[in-house]
Design a protein around this ligand. Structure first.
Ligand SMILES: [Zn+2]
Length: 501
């Protein structure tokens, strides 16, 4: 059967099932039919088809009790509803929420959409990295840059000054430095009046710490800390989007890309040895979406060569950058089709509010068989694409806090991915660039999704589905996924026991 016909058939089948569900229990009793519709809706919702054990049913009562308490308070005064408040302002209160503390304890599986250079909390970087010896700072093109230097006089790119001296001159230097590395401000809606303004700022915050993190000993420490922040949030595996970072030493040696991978992989292995419950990490290579097709081609050729050297570690390819400013994916389709023989794709696509322009990247993501799609914010406007995504079993990486901070969606209760969850599309909750907004781990995004994007009566089943889908839709192979699901099940049982105490 042609894929489109198969699709149409499955859509008709779904409609027929829905119809029969309502009619099966046909009754003159209006209220019974009403309940039947609601039950059918809840069964269709993500996780609604999972069978829950006795223990899970008891824990579900506890979770729903807390969820309903927070929702009831919010119904009385919507300004109390934490997911709808700006994350910068809501975060301290989210940390006091009972639902949040349950979610923190819950084994969440995998974190599949995180950018390497925005994945370690700024506080850790300031307290543990910027107090090391040999670290300097300087403004280059209006951006404050940090760098380790053996001898600052040898580097003529800037008039470098030791951070020690900055601190002597300004007792509030650390607070100022943190602001250079983060989007956080007290009054976000005034400082960032539009999506363009926040993206201009967003692009800059990565630059401040970039050279500092490329210092080889710091890079190791950075990766270790990144995994630790996930692990402490009960995440057991991650896939990180990044670019090749040119590691260097104080004596001026700059290492090649192989060294970047060797140090990266070695650090992941060390972390696994120290934390046997942690399963590992993979790398998704990113290239800026504004390059020419020729530059993309040479970048992908290099990636394909490296993938042969690190076949397990390199999961595939994605575009990075502000989608409105980049070239449409269709301009690259020939190069990408050629590379698709050797590489899997994990495209950011449809991270937009425009209709009929930038969102059309979603068509390319689907046609190019993207394994997952980052954001897919505009997907629910394209019914045929929605069917294709479902039929091709492509998971959506949902990053609700990113979408709020980067001004795609102010209130997650109106997030378009709710309609995907309602139809049981595979969705993996992701954190995107947590350090840019003072988050770490996955719990904040899980909290927002659970409280604002799922119905009041939906509890543990959707949380379980999120966790299991994060493993199922990862780039692990089938055996690894089985092992991961087994390990996750053990952690899940421990979580249930803990909740029952
Ligand atoms: Zn992203």
């Amino acid at each position: 059967m042609l894929p489109f016909l198969r699709l149409l058939f499955s859509a008709l089948l779904a409609a027929a099932i829905m119809f029969s569900v309502v009619n099966l229990s046909e009754s003159d009793d209006y209220l019974t039919q009403r309940i039947n519709i609601l039950n059918s809706d809840n069964t269709l919702f993500a996780g609604g088809k999972l069978n829950l054990s006795d223990k899970e049913l008891v824990v579900n009562e506890l979770i729903l009790k807390e969820k309903k308490a927070e929702l009831t308070e919010a119904h009385q005064n919507v300004s109390n509803f934490l997911p709808s408040r700006h994350f910068f302002q809501a975060r301290p209160d989210i940390e006091k929420s009972n639902v949040f503390s349950i979610i923190k304890k819950l084994p969440k599986g995998a974190s599949l959409h995180t950018h390497l250079t925005a994945a370690v909390s700024a506080d850790f970087m300031i307290e543990n990295i910027t107090y090391k010896e040999n670290i300097y700072g300087c403004f280059i093109n209006g951006i404050f840059k940090l760098r380790f230097l053996g001898n600052a006089d040898d580097d003529k790119t800037c008039d470098w000054k030791e951070l020690k001296k900055y601190r002597e001159e300004d007792p509030n230097f650390d607070q100022w430095l943190k602001k250079q590395m983060s989007l956080e401000v007290d009054n976000p809606l005034d400082v960032y009046p539009s999506i363009d303004v926040i993206w201009q700022r967003f692009k800059k915050i990565f630059s401040t710490a970039y050279d500092m993190v490329c210092y080889k000993p710091v890079f190791k420490e950075y990766i270790y800390q990144l995994l630790k922040e996930l692990y402490e949030d009960n995440v057991m595996y991650t896939e990180l989007r990044g670019t090749f970072m040119p590691l260097y030493d104080l004596n001026g040696t700059v290492y090649d890309t192989k060294e970047f991978f060797n140090v990266f992989i070695e650090t992941v292995e060390e972390f696994k040895q120290d934390h046997p419950r942690f399963l590992g990490a993979r790398y998704i290579h990113s290239i800026y979406r504004g390059v020419t097709p020729e530059v993309l081609k040479s970048g992908l050729d290099e990636l394909i060569t490296l993938k042969k050297l690190y076949p397990q570690f390199i999961a595939g390819f994605d575009f990075v950058g502000y989608e409105e400013e980049g070239r449409p994916i269709v301009e690259f389709h020939k190069v990408l089709l050629e590379a698709s023989e050797e590489l899997k794709f994990f495209f950011h696509a449809g991270e937009t509010n425009w209709y009929g322009s930038t969102d059309l990247n979603l068509i390319d993501a689907v046609l190019l068989n993207s394994s997952r799609i980052g954001h897919a914010f505009a997907l629910s406007r394209h019914p045929i694409l929605m069917h294709l995504v479902k039929a091709k079993d492509i998971a959506i990486e949902l990053c609700p806090i990113s979408n709020q901070v980067l001004m795609l969606n102010e209130d997650p209760r109106t997030h378009p991915a709710i309609s995907l969850l309602a139809k049981d599309f595979p969705v993996v909750i992701s954190n995107d660039d947590p350090s840019a907004w003072g988050a770490s781990g996955l719990s904040y995004d899980w909290y927002v999704a659970f409280l604002a994007m799922t119905p009041v009566d939906v509890g543990i089943e959707v949380l379980k589905k999120f966790a299991m889908d994060s493993i199922r839709y990862s780039a692990m192979n089938d055996d690894e996924k089985d092992t991961a699901l087994e390990k996750w099940s053990l952690d899940w049982q421990i979580f249930l026991e803990d909740m029952l105490k």
